[in-house]
Write a protein that binds this ligand. Sequence first.
Ligand SMILES: *[C@@H]1O[C@H](CO)[C@@H](O)[C@H](O)[C@H]1NC(C)=O
Ligand SMILES: *[C@@H]1O[C@H](CO)[C@@H](O)[C@H](O)[C@H]1NC(C)=O
Ligand SMILES: *[C@@H]1O[C@H](CO)[C@@H](O)[C@H](O)[C@H]1NC(C)=O
Length: 382
Amino acid sequence: MARFILACETFAIVLLTSLLTNCTTARGQEKVRGNNNYPPLWDDVPDSLSGFITTHNKTVINPWNYLERMGMYKILLSVTAKYMSSFGPSNTGNALWGLPLQHGWQFITGRLADPSNVSSCGQEFGDPLCISTRSWWSCMNYYLATIPFLGAVEAGFFEDWPFEIKILPPEEHVDNFCYTAADCHVLNPEMMAKWTTFFQLLKKAKELRQINLLPIMSSEEDNIWQRLWIAHVASIETALPKFSDRLAYISAPEAQFGVSWANAVEFIAATHFPTNFNQTNTFQVFLPQRMLLAGDKAPSIPDLSKEQNRALVALDILQKGNKLTGGWLLKVWRRTMCSEKGRAEGRNLLENIVANPDLISSGIRNLLLEYFKNHNCTTIDT
Ligand SMILES: *[C@@H]1O[C@H](CO)[C@@H](O)[C@H](O)[C@H]1NC(C)=O
Ligand SMILES: *[C@@H]1O[C@H](CO)[C@@H](O)[C@H](O)[C@H]1NC(C)=O
Ligand SMILES: *[C@@H]1O[C@H](CO)[C@@H](O)[C@H](O)[C@H]1NC(C)=O
């Protein structure tokens, strides 16, 4: 029986390898452009709580405005900078960069606007900074913006701020979200606890030692990324079932892309991928820079780059493969990522999957070795 299972596992992995390789081996190594950009309108985003309005001893944050939601990220980057200064110069190594950069991409590609045409929220000629509660991306992102921020509040990062911090509810769908750490513990205690734990860990870490980013991480750095990704995945898993109704407002290819991107993030998470400023900017250019339309069919969407087309295909295969096997693919991946060696190989594969498809086969061979080695794996990632 065990041997049968092993054979099946090997078969499935080989199948996946060949799918990924075939679908992504359009050759031609256009130079991958590193895009070292700050999020849109970054200079207009408040970087401290004093940049928000305080009335009646309450500092009010409206997460349904792009500048204010981004402001929560900018503040988090600023208050956590000293704990991660050894990760890279000028706070570029900060582990939180992945979140605001993703949010900036969502904004600039129109993904935060009202997709139903009912309001002008987020429309260029309406209210361009508005974040719509009808947008699937906006709602998912709330769980990766406001919730982390409240985790930091709970961990005591703003103890010295003399006013109460108040998160404004949206006009619609008030029940879909929570507004204080206490609220969020009621709504989803595990998710909230994971974010608070992450920020408490950072505070305890004091000054982290100098670290090597790749290929092998120091255990202290690995620990930070692990805790961050655990919280990140908890947010996605909480939000995903909540907002499936919002997928009805967007085109079928865009909905499939959103769901497959959320699925891929769980695979990325297991590698403890360092989504710092440079890495996130480098990889974000592979995501479609506009919303997908009903007729779009990767890998032949003419106005998307070859890499963006390939990425869409790979994400699709990964999501469908995982769904078809009832989540088994993610389980195998997580076991492979159980050792630091496995995670280093995993990160390496992710870095090459779109830009250097030639390296996929050898990457997966190395991963297989780690998979079979990690049979006694216990991990706190899940
Ligand atoms: C704000 O708090 C201070 C100190 O607690 C208090 O003296 C003041 O009356 C409060 N202001 C308002 C508008 O509630
Ligand atoms: C990011 O890139 C800049 C410019 O190339 C470099 O100076 C910096 O060290 C990089 N940061 C990290 C964390 O790798
Ligand atoms: C929204 O309106 C624009 C133009 O006003 C139109 O092109 C688009 O198809 C509409 N979208 C939906 C989902 O109705």
